[in-house]
Design a protein around this ligand. Structure first.
Ligand code: ADQ
Length: 501
């Protein structure tokens, strides 16, 4: 077993770090970013005593790391199990690499929302330099682990912030297995082609440094393959086997739909305190047979929040009898607030909510309850469980974990999922009411169908979706990725799953 890939340390590269040290009036405190991905990947790093390379973004990150940016995690009093290697970015790096090229070029481009695309040479240059710095840090960690003896590490890169790291590593660290998971959609060639000459080629070359490049769906993998075939001279693609050959190296493409820790969300929703929160929510918003609709997103133009509000507006305009029959709880936590399109979107959402509430609200009914705070998973679980319907209306979305969290928490099987067909989740899950957020009339019909769906039909669909989700948790995702890595390296491996009660 020691020589199998399961015993190999993983060197994981991502923009966000799993542990952030922040300075507060009370001293240095540790913060763990929310989200299931870190909790899913952390056990793998612990088990293999690997290294997580990430941007040291916390205000006290430098003082808690050594001169090379290394800190043993988890921090005391827990027993340290792996190394967090922090990469330092200055304000211009954050501006150019993160807010600039990653979030104002790749993000809108991959989500096909090209009117938000803002390319600048300086930001592209920063992106390249920061990617090189991540690769250099990973290179040092590979050398360090190799000097220490033991099995050779593998490198696992995450997401669109680090599109160039794989090729940089491949060129300088021979013999290492490198793979990457791309968390957002991948666009078709005519969209990638909107980048200036040389940039799309550089991105493709960067990603083709991977041995395995994984996406949520086959569609994104095929888009990548077609981009390589059409935009990067010198590639040979195999559409049957989903491989791309370039400069003597073969990259395999694959689809692994990501998921959530289903058991954790189910348990949170079934907890006694959740039951109390659910009755409180239903007493406040869903008494007298009124239905409760919910939505949960980061404020992001990909999530289709204005489109959702417009559909609700039209619903109440066309069906006055539904006024007072459904309350919508919109949870929208601000994100990327440094960027003008995000500021404008927040303003637009706020104004639209206010206008709708003014138009239809009464002394006893507020149509839209708008919450902007970041919430612990337990609070989200109560909201999901309390809901009669959940609206997910992304214009494009790699997967959308909110849809899966809602399904996991629907332990009473009372709710209906209204889901944009432009999410990765829609390609995987059977049983949602699918809508096209660009078609407001169709969207209204979808909401109506959900509101009018009989209880037995709701329970049947939700039950089926819950069964399906239980068979595809984030640990199954991790196992599938690792098994593929392993098959490509010629051994067998199973990822950690948490102990079940
Ligand atoms: P995101 O674009 O962030 O992820 P999503 O998959 O929906 O989108 O995940 C959002 C996460 O944030 C969920 O876990 C949700 O619970 C959490 N969240 C939202 N609002 C919150 C709030 N107010 N308080 C606390 N938590 C909140 C990207 C891609 C997706 C892909 C994921 C994973 O855009 O398509 O599914 O990565 O690969």
């Amino acid at each position: 077993m020691e020589s199998s890939a399961s015993a190999r340390p993983v060197i994981l590269l991502s923009n966000r770090e799993p542990y952030e040290h922040v300075r507060t009036p009370a001293g240095v405190t540790l913060r763990r970013p929310p989200g299931g991905l870190v909790s899913a990947l952390d056990p793998t790093l612990r088990r293999t005593h690997g290294v997580w390379v990430a941007w040291g973004s916390g205000s006290a990150d430098r003082e808690t790391a050594d001169a090379a940016g290394r800190v043993a995690v988890p921090p005391p009093p827990a027993e340290p199990m792996y190394t967090l290697r922090r990469v330092w970015l200055d304000a211009a790096d954050v501006e150019g690499y993160y807010l600039g090229f990653a979030n104002s070029v790749l993000w809108p481009l991959c989500h096909l929302l090209i009117h938000h695309l803002q390319f600048r040479d300086e930001e592209w240059a920063r992106y390249q330099r920061v990617n090189e710095r991540f690769a250099a840090a990973a290179r040092e960690e590979v050398s360090r682990l190799r000097r220490a003896g033991g099995p050779d590490p593998t490198v696992w890169i995450h997401d669109y912030h680090l599109a160039l790291a794989a090729a940089s590593l491949r060129g300088t660290v021979p013999g290492i297995f490198i793979h990457q998971f791309w968390h957002i959609p991948f666009p078709p060639p005519e969209i990638l082609h909107l980048l200036p000459y040389g940039v799309s080629e550089a991105l493709l070359r960067g990603l083709l440094g991977n041995d395995l490049l994984a996406f949520h769906t086959d569609r994104y993998a095929v888009n990548f393959l077609e981009c390589a075939a059409q935009l990067l001279p010198g590639t040979t693609v195999d559409r049957g086997n989903l491989t791309v050959q370039y400069a003597g190296h073969v990259t395999s493409l694959a689809a692994f739909p990501i998921s959530i820790d289903v058991h954790r969300f189910e348990s949170l929703a079934a907890d006694a305190s959740a039951a109390m929160a659910v009755s409180d929510l239903r007493r406040r918003y869903a008494s007298d047979g009124r239905q409760l609709g919910v939505s949960v997103d980061r404020v992001d133009y990909t999530k289709g929040i204005p489109e959702r509000l417009r559909a609700l507006d039209l619903l109440w305009e066309r069906a006055p009898e539904l006024r007072g029959r459904v309350t919508m709880l919109v949870v929208a936590v601000p994100s990327r607030t440094e960027l003008p399109p995000y500021q404008a979107l927040e303003e637009e959402i706020l104004q639209t909510v206010e206008a709708i509430n003014l138009r239809y609200g009464t002394s006893t009914w507020t149509p839209i309850v708008y919450l902007t705070e970041s919430m612990p998973p337990s609070a989200l679980a109560s909201i999901y469980r309390a809901a009669d319907l959940c609206l997910v209306s992304s214009l494009q979305d790699g997967m959308n974990l909110v849809a899966k969290e809602f399904i996991a928490c629907q332990i009473d099987e009372r709710g209906v999922l209204v889901l944009s067909r432009f999410t990765g989740a829609a390609e995987e899950i059977d049983g949602a009411v699918l809508v096209n957020p660009f078609n407001v009339d169709g969207f209204v019909k979808g909401i109506l169908a959900a509101l009018e769906m009989p209880a037995a039909e709701r329970a049947r669909r939700m039950h089926a979706m819950r069964e399906q989700l239980r068979l595809a948790t984030v640990f199954d995702w991790l196992n599938a990725v690792m098994a593929r890595v392993d098959a490509m390296m010629g051994t067998a491996v199973l990822a950690d799953a948490p102990a079940r009660p």
